[in-house]
Design a binder for this molecule. Structure first.
Ligand SMILES: Cc1cc2nc3c(=O)[nH]c(=O)nc-3n(C[C@H](O)[C@H](O)[C@H](O)COP(=O)(O)OP(=O)(O)OC[C@H]3O[C@@H](n4cnc5c(N)ncnc54)[C@H](O)[C@@H]3O)c2cc1C
Length: 334
C-alpha cells in the first residue's frame, strides 16, 4: 500500500481546501469502500481527509414535508428514521437490503452515493480496466459478465453502479447538496452519476475537492406508497443483480402518477422514464406493467452472461407494481 497522510479536518472549508490542493487527496467518511480499495491496490491516495466527524449527521424537516439528510447520517440511522419509513418507505427498504448491519452502522449517506463499482475486473489490479486506468482496456468485455450492465454501457466499460440507496433516491427526485472550492451548488441526483461513454474513470459529475454535505428529499406524497425490490444471488449480503424502486398513486383503478428506477442494470442508477410515461393515466393491470417494462428495456444490450437480466427486470417491476397497486396476476387493481 502506498504511504499516505491522514488529516482530521476541523471543518468543511478546511477539508475542501486540503483535498482540492492535492490531485491524489481524497475524503474519508465511513471508509467501508475506500479502505477496501486501498488494501486491494485499486485506490492509492496520498492524503486522506477525514470528514466523518464534521459532516451533518441529522435528518431535518424541510418546508412542505421534505427532508434534508446530512451527508454524515449513517445508513442504519437513515433506514430506522420513522419519517423515512413512513414517507419514503422504498428508501428505508433499499438501505436495509444493502450490505450488513455492521456496515450500515459505519456507511454514510455521502459515501454510499460515491461507492465505486463492484466489477471484479475493476477490483483486481492485475486485470485491464479503463475505469481504474484510462486506456488500459476492459477485461470484462471478454470475461464473466453476469453482474454487468444491460443498459447505457459503452465499449470502454460495462460496469454497474452498486448502490441500493441511490436507486430509491433517484425515483424520489432527490437533490444533492455539494460544497467545493468554487462554492456551493445543488446537483439533482439524476445528474450525479454518469454513464461510462469514453470516460469510465469518472463515476460522477463532481469535481475534485467537492464535498457532498446533504441530500434533500422533496415533499412527495406519492412516495408514501413505494417499495424497493432487490433480486440477488443470496438473500442477504449480496449486491443487486437487478433492483427496482417504485411509487404509485392511483386514481380509482387508473395510475395517476408513478415513479420507477432500476438498479443493477447500468453504470448509473437508471430512471425508467419511458416506463413511467407508458403507465401514467393508464390502467393498473399486469399487462400494462409488462408493456411499460418492455418500453423501458427495448434498448437493452445484454452481454454473454447476463441476458437473464432483461426478463428479471421485467419480473421485478411487474411484481413491485402489483404489490403497490393490488393488481392481481393478469387482473385489474383492486
Ligand atoms: C461486504 C460489503 C457488502 C456491501 N453490500 C452493499 C449492498 O448490498 N448495497 C449497497 O448499496 N452497498 C453495499 N456495500 C457498500 C457500502 O454501502 C458502501 O461501502 C458504503 O455505503 C460507503 O460509505 P462510506 O461512508 O463507508 O464511504 P467511504 O468508503 O468513506 O467513501 C467512499 C467514497 O466516497 C467518497 N466520499 C465519502 N463521503 C463523501 C462526501 N461526503 N463527499 C464527497 N466524497 C465523499 C470517498 O472519498 C470515497 O471515494 C457493501 C460494502 C461491503 C464492504
Amino acid at each position: 500500500m502506498r504511504p499516505f497522510e491522514y488529516e482530521l479536518a476541523a471543518d468543511a472549508e478546511r477539508a475542501i481546501s486540503a483535498v482540492a490542493a492535492r490531485p491524489d487527496a481524497t475524503f474519508l467518511a465511513g471508509g467501508t469502500n475506500l479502505v477496501d480499495h486501498m488494501k486491494l491496490g485499486v485506490a492509492s491516495p496520498d492524503l486522506l481527509v477525514d470528514v466523518s466527524r464534521l459532516l451533518p449527521a441529522t435528518i431535518d424537516e424541510r418546508d412542505g414535508g421534505g427532508l434534508r439528510i446530512g451527508a454524515g447520517v449513517r445508513n442504519a440511522d437513515l433506514a430506522a428514521d420513522m419519517r423515512v419509513r413512513t414517507r419514503y418507505p422504498a428508501l428505508a427498504q433499499a438501505l436495509l437490503a444493502g450490505a450488513s448491519g455492521q456496515l450500515r452502522n459505519l456507511a454514510t449517506t455521502g459515501g454510499n452515493l460515491l461507492q465505486r463499482t463492484r466489477c471484479a475486473y475493476f477490483r483486481d489490479p492485475s486485470m485491464a480496466c479503463n475505469k481504474r486506468e484510462p486506456g488500459a482496456g476492459c477485461a470484462a468485455l471478454d470475461g464473466y459478465t453476469r453482474y454487468h450492465a444491460v443498459l447505457g454501457a459503452s465499449e470502454h466499460c460495462v460496469a454497474t453502479n452498486p448502490s441500493d440507496m441511490a436507486v430509491a433516491l433517484l425515483a424520489f427526485d432527490a437533490v444533492v447538496q455539494v460544497s467545493g472550492p468554487d462554492g456551493a451548488r445543488e446537483v439533482p441526483l439524476a445528474d450525479l452519476h454518469r454513464l461510462p461513454g469514453d470516460a469510465p474513470e469518472r463515476d460522477t459529475t463532481l469535481r475534485h475537492g467537492e464535498l457532498i454535505t446533504a441530500v434533500d428529499l422533496p415533499p412527495l406524497p406519492i412516495a408514501a406508497r413505494s417499495a424497493y425490490r432487490k433480486v440477488r444471488d443470496r438473500a442477504s449480503y449480496a449486491f443487486a443483480l437487478v433492483s427496482v424502486a417504485a411509487a404509485v398513486a392511483l386514481d380509482d383503478e387508473a395510475i395517476a402518477d408513478v415513479r420507477i428506477a432500476f438498479g443493477g442494470v447500468a453504470h448509473a442508477p437508471w430512471r425508467a422514464s419511458r416506463a413511467e410515461a407508458a403507465l401514467r393515466g393508464g390502467p393498473a393491470t399486469e399487462a400494462a406493467f409488462r408493456a411499460a417494462a418492455d418500453a423501458e428495456l427495448a434498448d437493452a444490450r445484454p452481454l454473454r452472461d447476463n441476458a437473464f437480466k432483461v426478463p428479471m427486470a421485467t419480473g421485478a417491476l411487474v411484481a413491485t407494481l402489483r404489490e403497490l397497486t393490488g393488481a392481481g396476476a393478469g387482473g385489474d387493481a383492486r
